[in-house]
Design a protein around this ligand. Structure first.
Ligand code: FAD
Length: 342
């Protein structure tokens, strides 16, 4: 039985694990490692400080399916809709650009429930706080080194982290990339931004009517969501949550600052935009150094095979598009490569 390591428990890694299990069933042992403490990656849902508050989506906000992807990825959408993971957006989102044929969906339990759905379907051996630092070729296998100092051996490795983090790995990855591959990866670019989640006590009321709003003309804030309202998750015994995303220029200008220093600037701007906002019980700030992909790998191949035997394949939104359907495309391309190799 082949042992496959998938690095990253974001949407691409989780979906890849799930599709691999469905295709190859018990012919493969699937192991997923993530350096974080939980699943989700950039589709993270942050837990509130206590159970009297609602959770909040700090990264991706909702899923928008174009008419073409609604058709080509129909099986994924119908699986997620029938299991209740996705629901059509039915609340007011001010400033959302509607395109003909597009459908918007939200996740009642938060965006990370999408990722968790596919992880639980995968039956993979899942480990958090496993930070991969290097990959070394050992004959027909990969020795994968962890930050903790130890290593394990696998027959095939799938990397789904943002491209700059792939390029930082020690060992043989850098040497195995061909010159055109290296150039394609070097040219991948991401936007950067900050996100802030505010958690309110039970009984706190927002005076505005919208569930989310795109803010124009503000140098700092570009998006605000009454997160629990957006997900139809407001319940009387739990306080609501609010999420703020900064603009990309603001993110870039403050990228090297500590998030503790940037949080007060964002909160001050928020106060100007929403002066009636109640007092939060707690606040959490996240710096997204790699937020959405601005320049992806040319022609969006979905994956890049760095080595065929032992297999090393890279995927993620940088190899397609920076959204749900982009991750599906990438996972499907990596599945083809894995099936052919295993
Ligand atoms: C602020 C923001 C808003 C967004 N809004 C939307 C939206 O509304 N709709 C939408 O569809 N998309 C949105 N996106 C984009 C979407 O979130 C991404 O396209 C998608 O989540 C990428 O998934 P992924 O699995 O490819 O990568 P990731 O989610 O980044 O997963 C990679 C995983 O690898 C792990 N990792 C990294 N390095 C290592 C290592 N060395 N060892 C072990 N593990 C490691 C990370 O912890 C992470 O969990 C948004 C993203 C951000 C940041």
């Amino acid at each position: 039985m082949s042992r496959v390591l998938i690095v990253g428990a974001g949407l691409t890694g989780s979906l890849c694990a799930c599709l691999l299990r469905r295709e190859l069933q018990n012919k493969v042992q699937i192991v997923v490692w993530d350096k974080a403490r939980g699943a989700g990656g950039r589709m993270t849902t942050t837990r509130p400080p206590d159970s009297s508050c609602s959770s909040a989506d700090l990264g991706a906000q909702y899923v928008t399916a174009t008419a073409a992807y609604s058709q080509s990825h129909h099986s994924f959408y119908s699986e997620l809709l029938s299991s209740g993971v996705l629901q059509p957006v039915d609340s007011l989102i001010e400033g959302l650009k509607q395109k003909d044929g597009n459908k918007d969906y939200m996740t009642p339990l938060g965006m990370c429930s999408l990722v968790k759905h596919f992880l639980s379907e995968s039956g993979a051996d899942l480990f958090f706080e496993r930070h991969v630092t290097g990959l070394f070729r050992r004959g027909a296998s990969w020795e994968v080194q962890r930050k903790a100092g130890d290593s394990e051996t696998f027959d095939a490795v799938v990397l789904t982290m943002p491209v700059p983090q792939i390029l930082q790995l020690q060992g043989d990855v850098g040497n195995m990339l061909s010159a055109p591959q290296r150039q394609q990866l070097d040219e991948v670019m991401y936007s950067s931004r900050f996100a802030v989640a505010l958690f309110f006590p039970p009984g706190a009321v927002f005076s505005f009517p919208w569930a989310a709003r795109y803010v124009t003309g503000n140098p700092c804030i570009c998006y605000i969501a009454a997160d629990s309202r957006k997900r139809n998750a407001d319940v009387p015994d739990r306080g609501p949550s609010l999420v703020v995303h900064t603009s990309v220029p603001f993110g870039l200008a403050h990228l090297e600052k500590d998030k503790e220093d940037v949080q007060p600037i964002i909160l001050q701007e928020l106060q100007k935009l929403l002066p009636d906002l109640p007092e939060p019980t707690s606040v959490k700030c996240q710096k997204w150094r790699y937020s959405q992909v601005l320049t992806s790998v040319p022609d969006c191949p979905g994956q890049m095979t760095v080595n065929e035997r032992p297999l090393l394949v890279c995927g993620g939104d940088a190899f397609s598009h920076s959204n749900f359907d982009g991750c599906v495309e990438s996972a499907l391309s990596m599945l083809s490569v894995l099936k052919a190799s295993l």
